[in-house]
Structures are given as C-alpha cells and as structure tokens.
Design a protein around this ligand. Structure first.
Ligand SMILES: Cc1cc2nc3c(=O)[nH]c(=O)nc-3n(C[C@H](O)[C@H](O)[C@H](O)COP(=O)(O)OP(=O)(O)OC[C@H]3O[C@@H](n4cnc5c(N)ncnc54)[C@H](O)[C@@H]3O)c2cc1C
Length: 432
C-alpha cells in the first residue's frame, strides 16, 4: 500500500467541524487573526467574558500547526534551564518555568471543562541522551530544577533505560511526569466548538490581507481587510504562528518558519508497542536536529523530526518519509519490516532567541515563538492575552524580553538561508 501523504490525526477526528459564522459583522470588540490553539483559546476566554469576538482563519480551524503536531504537551522551554538562567536571571526564569507548568494545567482544565474527547493523558515525557556528555548534563539540570523551581525530574541511567524505551542506542534519559499527550486534531476541533459555544464568531476561509489603525470620534480602532470584506475591531490579537503573512509585517519579520515532518506506521501488535514504549511516554532526543516520537492511542509509532528545514511542500513531505523511516529504524531496529502508512509536514514558529514572546506590536496583541512547545504554550498564551484584553494585570514573564527580528534569509517568504541554519545545527550536533 503506498504511503498516504496526509495527516494521520485528521483521520481520527469524529467531532463535527464547527459551524462557521456566515457573514462578518461590521465591528467586534476583538478580532483574532488565526484559528489554531492560540486564537481559539483566546476566543473562548474572551467570549466567556462577554466580549464580541471574530476569529478570522484563512483556511479551516486548526489547519495550521495545531492539527499537524506530535500532540506532546510538554513542560519546560526549548532552551536548557542553565542557558535560560544565564540569559534572563533566576527570578525571571522562575516565573517562566512556573508558567511552563501552568500551561499543562491550562490544557487539562480546558479538556475537562469542555469535555474534549482527545485522549489527554498525563503520561510524562522522556528525553533521551544521544551522547554521554548530554546525559552528564541531566544531573545538573535536574538538581537545578529541583532547587530553583521545586520541580522533580527523574534521571534514568542507561542500565534502567529498557524500562522506559525499547532501544539501546541512548546513554540514559530524564523523565518529567508532569507532561502529557493528546490527539491534537481532536483537541483543536474541540477547542473550536468550545469557543463557538461560548459565543465567538468563527470565520473560516477568511484571509486577513491588511490591518490598519483607524481613529473615529477620538477612539482608536483597527480596520481589517479580509477576503470576506472589512471588519472594525477595538482590539486585534495576532495568533497566526508560523503562517503569519505580509498583512502584519512587523510580526512576520520576527518569525523563522521551520518545517517539521512526521510519519505514522501501521498499527503495531500490542506486545511490540509495549516493548517500544513501556510507559507510553512522549519521547524526544537531546540533539539540536532532534527526533521526537510516541505511540498513538491506537498503537502506531508516530515519529517526527526536521527531515528538511524548509516549510512543507509536496516534495519535502515525500522526501521526509524515507529520511524519517531510516531515523526510526536507527532508534528501533524492531520496526525494520513495519509499514509506514502516513507522512505529513507542518511549519513551526521559531524566533531568533528560540523563546516564546507575547505582548503588543504595532498596537496589536500577539503571541508567537512556541517552537516545539506550542500545544500547551499556545493554549496558555491565548488565554493569558485574553485576560490582558479584559483588563487583568500582566503577569506574562515572556512579555518585555528582547524580541529581535530574524535575519533576512530566515524570514517567511525569504527562507533561502534555512538549509544553512540546518547545516549549522548538524555541525553543532557533531561537536557538542
Ligand atoms: C510537525 C509539527 C510537530 C509539532 N509537534 C509539537 C509537539 O509535539 N508538541 C508541541 O507542544 N508543539 C508541537 N509543535 C508546535 C505546535 O504545533 C505549534 O506551536 C502550535 O500549534 C501553534 O499554534 P498557533 O495557534 O500559534 O498557530 P497555528 O496552529 O499554526 O495557527 C495559525 C493559523 O493562522 C492562520 N493565518 C495566518 N495568517 C493569516 C491571515 N493573514 N489571515 C487569516 N488567517 C491566518 C493560518 O491559516 C493558521 O491556521 C509542532 C509543530 C509541527 C509543525
């Protein structure tokens, strides 16, 4: 059977798609650009507080990274804690780390309150060390995280690794039991329904082509031009992630869109699935050019990585299938004869400092830069920005940290230098 070049998760979505609101209203309190985790979570919170909200999505709800990802609901941030401490200092990183733990609770609470059937499970994550030096660093990280944030990470020596993963290629691991896993396509579909139930207007196939400030009778507003007409909004929230367009150039130039790709195998026999991942963890390795993998609820091996650095195209998706299959067999020789049934790609929103950012840009609220932590983080940032719009105090520790533009050559629409960045990461993986 040929590999299906399509997103496996979408095959599992049984909830009805949200009924999109038909006509754009003339004006709303808040217009949200982008209907992924971030935009929908913000819309749900805002509508529950009585504001009128229009979510403007160029494609369908969840079409972007939010339905294409690994479904790993992860604690921590992309950068290692010692690096963060050096960069931002103890007090700020304490708040950032606490926020990262909060993000998981935020997703769990929404799933529970909205009864979203998305296989959410606190199964924990396992980071595996590709080199002895990486494993040696885990001791320092775990001690630091315990001391500074009172959060427990468990070190798994190589001799005990078989209890966590059916592979012998790693030098040990580190487990965080707080992390979770879910089915992202079901989660984002449930989130859209929840936002709609709360009263938000959901407008799919509505591309925002420009956003301009407008002052009328002394009141500052925004006029958004869309493929379905114009809409006036008191506030605008940009939740367009890696797919941010030239309609919002100030944000776009800060985002580095990086392709990531995933394969899913045929359904594995239960015994083999248990051998590969005895505790059903969300797993990723310690490289810069990393692999991430997990079992799906129906026991497929879902295996992802940056097989190509470019945002996804038909070509990069096709090429990635074989690259990832080889990577998977390198980790799990047991899967040599297992059929790969699905391959797909998506685009992650990185920033130059590899940090999430939020706040205001050109007078509009925004959150971006979630990299591989967006399932939990985008949900949380959306809810937090909604709180700010409703007048809550700003306790987002990522607001106000320096946010530089990406170098030309790494920006959306001009990504010619991305293969160089990919090559640089491969060199780093060789050297460190
Ligand atoms: C392959 C892959 C694997 C990943 N794995 C994980 C993982 O396991 N765990 C994890 O935490 N994170 C993971 N991520 C990252 C995570 O999926 C994202 O960080 C998260 O989904 C971002 O959500 P978002 O709402 O900000 O953006 P998105 O879900 O990308 O939504 C943005 C939306 O904005 C719309 N849009 C853009 N511009 C406009 C416009 N002008 N007008 C109208 N609409 C517009 C787009 O159509 C898009 O639907 C992964 C990402 C990818 C691609």
């Amino acid at each position: 059977m040929p590999i299906k070049e399509k997103n496996y998760w979408l095959e599992t979505v049984t909830v009805p798609a949200p009924q999109p609101a038909h006509d754009l209203p003339d004006s709303v309190d808040v217009a949200i650009v982008g209907g992924g985790f971030c935009g929908l979570s913000a819309a749900r919170t805002l509508a529950r507080r009585g504001l009128s909200v229009a979510v403007l999505e160029a494609q369908t709800f969840g079409w972007g990274a939010s339905s294409r990802n690994g479904g790993m609901v992860l604690t921590g941030m992309k950068l290692p804690v010692p690096t963060l401490m050096k960069r931002y200092g103890k007090e700020t990183v304490r708040k950032m780390y606490a926020a990262s733990l909060d993000t998981i609770d935020c997703v769990e609470q929404i799933v529970r309150e909205e009864k979203i059937d998305c296989d959410f499970s606190r199964c924990g994550h396992l980071e595996v060390a590709c080199k002895q030096a990486h494993f040696d660093g885990y001791e320092e990280t775990a001690a630091l995280v315990k001391r500074e944030f009172n959060h427990g990470l468990r070190i798994i020596p190589k001799s005990e690794l078989r209890g966590e993963i059916g592979s012998d290629i790693y030098f040990g691991g580190m487990v965080d039991e707080t992390s979770a896993g879910l089915n992202p396509a079901r989660y984002v579909a449930g989130l859209a329904l929840a936002a709609q139930r709360a009263g938000a207007g959901l407008h799919d196939h509505t591309l925002v082509s420009s956003v301009e400030p407008e002052t009328k009778n002394g009141a500052h507003k925004f006029r958004l031009q869309t493929s379905k007409g114009a809409i006036i909004a008191r506030e605008v929230l940009l939740a367009s992630g890696a797919y941010t367009t030239a309609a919002t150039p100030a944000l776009r130039k800060k985002i580095i869109p990086i392709g990531s790709y995933i394969i899913a195998t045929e359904i594995l026999p239960a015994g083999l699935a248990r051998e590969l991942s005895p505790r059903n963890r969300m797993i990723y390795d310690s490289k810069h050019f990393l692999y991430y993998y997990r079992l799906t609820p129906d026991n497929r091996m879902l295996f992802g990585g940056r097989a190509a650095f470019f945002p996804e195209t038909e070509n990069t998706v096709r090429q990635s299938a074989e690259i990832l299959r080889r990577g998977m067999i390198g980790v799990y020789p047991q899967l040599r004869d297992t059929r790969v049934e699905f391959v797909w790609g998506g685009t992650l929103d990185f920033t130059l400092d590899v940090m999430p950012h939020a706040g205001k840009i050109d007078g509009m609220y925004f959150a971006a830069g979630f990299a591989g932590h967006g399932v939990a983080a985008a949900t949380w940032f959306g809810a937090k920005l909604a709180g700010l719009i409703c007048g809550e105090p700003n306790d987002i520790p990522f607001d106000g940290i320096k946010f530089s533009a990406a170098p030309i050559g790494l920006r959306s629409g001009h990504t010619w230098a991305l293969p160089l960045a990919g090559a640089w990461y491969r060199i780093l993986d060789f050297l460190t």
